[in-house]
Design a binder for this molecule. Structure first.
Ligand code: PLP
Length: 457
């Protein structure tokens, strides 16, 4: 009997990149800088230091280095669940009877169930290196809180998570997972912060929002010595960490001779989309490919397709730096029947700038269509997709069906950013036929736009 199988084959280490991809180093025009909310001048390292870890600030402001090395301490964490699989959806192709080839990059293979762990690990690692002694954050649907709790358990740092109140009530198991990993969960808005008390006084019955949970997390951070705040999307350094998705996809595509014609991702704050398409987009900017990129968002929270490209705050409490982005206004709260995640009012500055400069197409879809696609995928491919990811899936299916009409044999790659095990309330609503769609009217959107700050050009 031979026992000489080289174990490296199974580790597939060679397929895991050793660096992240900083698309700002190749963008023809950079996104407008983050502004200090008091002075309206571009944020400096010193402005950001009380809030974020030093290394993350460097990454946030880095516009020069295309490749940024992933420290070994983070690679060791990534090795537990990466590289993530690039899968060909043979069964879905057959079901749709399409000549197109459909591939998906699956980020749901870790316990937190989404790509968010890629940035959580990096952010907690740098906090630990800097000697930070506790972290705070917010979570909406719960994936970020879970991912961060996993990373904080591994690197041994205490964590407080402000969880949007409706989510903590609708998803008690998410909360339990965070607590199992040692995180402390506070439903937001809460009485533990001044901003929480204020929001509750103005709006006693509110189920909360991501924007208000962010304000509470920042306030706790400011009150706690040697504590930092971490954010799971939107910021440039988060997009940077997520480029491991796109780099791995490129390595797999090259290995198997796959040349995507279309790459599709869902867009909430823009991190999984930016991470998946980033390395391919960088090459498109350099004239090396002509891939068609599509970002997909909910019709009920349409920041790219119906938002304004303007400076706005990242949170409802208007305490963050100002970011130039596609936004619905920090006061925008999606309709309560919206179940599918992706409910943030704004969009990453990098993704916004690329969109503004015409590098990709954005589409919005209604949630019942999204869950219809999710059910078809679950039944044909076996994976129960996250509602967020199913936005991308829905458009991938639309594109495959177009190929059926035209007979074109396109190669479609979409990001399956996570699994939907904790979204069963939404699936139950869809299954029982009680799920409805709500598309905000122009008047609804005007209310959000009215909360935009007035920034002189
Ligand atoms: C958080 C999340 C998203 C949306 O966030 P982005 O920053 O836009 O990627 C998408 N899919 C899943 C599964 C998520 O958990």
């Amino acid at each position: 009997m031979t026992t000489s199988i080289p174990y490296k084959i199974y580790l597939a280490e060679n397929e895991m990149p050793k660096h992240w991809y900083n698309i700002k180093a190749v963008m023809k025009e950079l996104p407008d800088p983050m502004l200090h909310p008091g002075t309206l001048k571009p944020c400096t390292i010193e402005d950001l230091q009380p809030v974020f870890c030093d290394e993350l600030i460097k990454q946030e402001l880095n516009t020069k280095d295309l490749l940024i090395e992933i420290p070994e301490g983070i690679q060791n964490f990534y090795k537990m669940y990466r590289p993530s699989p690039l899968v060909r959806a043979y069964c879905l192709e057959k079901l749709l009877d399409t000549p197109a080839e459909i591939y998906y990059k699956f980020e749901g293979t870790n316990t937190s169930g989404s790509h968010k762990l890629n940035s959580a690990a990096a952010q907690v690692y740098y906090a630990k290196e800097q000697g930070i002694t506790s972290l705070t954050t917010e979570t909406g649907a719960g994936q970020w809180g879970t991912a961060l709790a996993m990373a904080c358990a591994y690197y041994d740092i205490p964590l407080t998570v402000f969880m949007v109140k409706v989510s903590s009530e609708q998803k008690p198991y998410r909360k339990a997972v965070i607590e199992t990993y040692g995180g402390k969960v506070i439903p937001s808005p809460s009485e533990t912060t001044e901003v929480g008390k204020k929001i509750l006084a103005e709006n006693p019955g509110t189920g909360g929002s991501l924007g208000c949970a962010i304000s509470e997390a920042i306030e706790l951070m400011a009150k706690t010595p040697n504590c930092r705040y971490v954010l799971g999307s939107v910021l440039d350094h988060v997009l940077l960490h997520q480029t491991i998705i796109g780099l791995e996809s490129k390595i797999a595509c090259e290995k198997y001779g796959i040349e995507p014609d279309i790459i599709i991702g869902c867009t909430g704050g823009g991190s999984n989309f930016g991470g998946l398409v980033g390395p391919f987009m960088g090459e498109k900017i350099q004239g090396k490919n002509n891939i068609h990129f599509i970002g997909v968002e909910p019709a009920s929270c349409p920041s790219l397709t119906r938002g304004k490209y303007a400076y706005d705050f990242g949170d409802t409490g208007k305490s963050t730096p100002l970011m130039k982005m596609y936004t619905l206004g920090s006061g925008f709260i999606p309709s309560p029947n919206h179940a599918g995640g992706l409910r943030y009012h704004g969009m990453s500055s990098i993704v916004s700038k690329l969109y503004h400069d015409g590098y990709f197409e954005a589409r919005s879809v209604e949630q019942t269509r999204v869950f219809e696609a999710a059910s078809i995928f679950a039944r044909s491919e076996g994976i129960l997709p996250a509602p967020e990811s199913s936005h991308a899936l829905k458009v991938a299916m639309d594109e495959a069906l177009k190929c059926k009409e035209t007979g074109e044999k396109k190669t479609i790659l979409f990001g399956l950013s996570g699994t939907g095990y904790f979204d069963m309330t939404a699936y139950m609503n869809y299954n029982s036929g009680t799920m409805t769609d709500y598309v905000p009217t122009d008047e609804d959107l005007e209310k959000g736009f009215a909360t935009l700050p007035n920034i002189p050009e």
